[in-house]
Design a protein around this ligand. Structure first.
Ligand code: ATP
Length: 307
């Protein structure tokens, strides 16, 4: 009997998410600086007589168990490429909030891809795995590589970004998710309403912040705090105004920076050290403005075989 393969993949926060105008193909060009953080999903791949998905963890009831699951789609994509049957049981131990703007589904896709590659002995090259990741979704390549990276295009064209230290983060997990496409639509709507235009022809190309990249490189948390930005934040707040209370609660508790993580509704807070992060997390929990708060550090490694 073939032994199960276990792969762990990290959540991400976008320390910069610069969103260009709407392209004719319906996507937006991005300058997206990803940072992998130490919250992980774990995918266990076991040989089975057909493709089967199960999930455990606090948000397991929100995870689709059919072929719409990104982990299933990853297994199917790899099997198709190598002419194999995707006869595998993928169990997802889910710790990343679902629809939380932390790329949990993408983490599961990257983890499932690596797990199936190992289980089936397909020996796909890194470039092939990244190619499959890019087909599966804009955030999936980053879940495979981890660390920090700049994503251009829809976010899938990745360049590694150097990091020079450990950053301490707190994540306030909201009740209920936000659908990423709805947040982009709201961003377009707000831009149009403000008169600045919303199409790629009307808006400047998004560019990475030199100050932000320097802060990551030198490990300078206060400089990073001054440079973080998220162009989707206004849209997430417009759809979920109560997130303003969450951001305020974290700032009042001493967070150096407070921002919505990606498309939200998870809120991310940068803290000066581990103790400050605990203080912020406790204050967020007692504020009643979130379901729970988690402390962690970054950068975290990408998808890794752990068993
Ligand atoms: P991102 O930050 O990449 O925009 P997200 O973290 O906001 O994504 P996900 O947790 O990836 O959102 O889930 C978004 C939707 O994708 C879910 O509502 C669910 O229907 C679907 N989905 C597909 N596969 C998975 C998976 N393995 N885990 C969670 N959701 C999944």
């Amino acid at each position: 009997m073939t032994a199960p393969v276990i792969v762990r993949a990290p959540a991400k926060v976008n320390v910069q998410l610069a969103v260009g105008g709407l392209r004719p193909d319906g996507f937006h060009d991005l300058a997206n600086v990803f940072l992998a953080v130490g919250l992980y999903d774990e995918v266990t791949a076991t040989p089975a007589d057909r493709l089967r998905i199960t999930a455990s963890g606090p948000d397991a009831d929100q995870v689709p168990l059919d072929e719409g699951n990104l982990a299933a789609r990853a297994a199917l994509a790899l099997a198709r490429r190598y002419g194999l049957a995707a006869d595998v049981h993928l169990h997802i131990a889910k710790d990343i909030p679902v629809a939380g703007g932390m790329a949990g589904g993408s983490a599961d896709a990257a983890a499932a891809l690596l797990a199936c590659d190992t289980l089936w002995g397909t020996g796909a090259s890194r470039a092939e795995l990244l190619d499959i990741c890019a087909e599966l979704g804009s955030d999936v390549p980053f879940s495979l590589v981890g660390g920090a990276a700049l994503g251009r295009g829809r976010g899938e064209l990745l360049e590694p970004v150097e990091t020079g230290g450990t950053f301490h983060w707190v994540f306030a997990v909201a009740d209920g998710g936000l659908a990423t496409p709805a947040v982009y639509r709201e961003c377009d709507r707000l831009r149009e309403a403000s008169g600045q235009g919303f199409t790629a022809a009307e808006l400047p190309d998004p560019e990475p912040s030199a100050a932000l990249l320097a802060a990551l490189r030198t490990g300078d948390a206060s400089a990073l705090a001054g440079a973080v930005s998220n162009d989707l934040q206004a849209a997430a707040l417009s759809l979920r105004p109560a997130l303003a209370d969450t951001l305020r609660a974290g700032t009042q508790a001493g967070a150096m920076a407070a921002l919505v993580s990606g498309s939200g509704p998870t809120c991310a807070f940068l803290a000066s050290d581990e103790n400050a992060a605990k203080v912020v997390a406790d204050a967020l929990i007692s504020s009643g403005t979130c379901r729970t708060a988690r402390t962690t550090s970054a950068p975290a490694p990408g998808a890794t075989v752990v068993g």
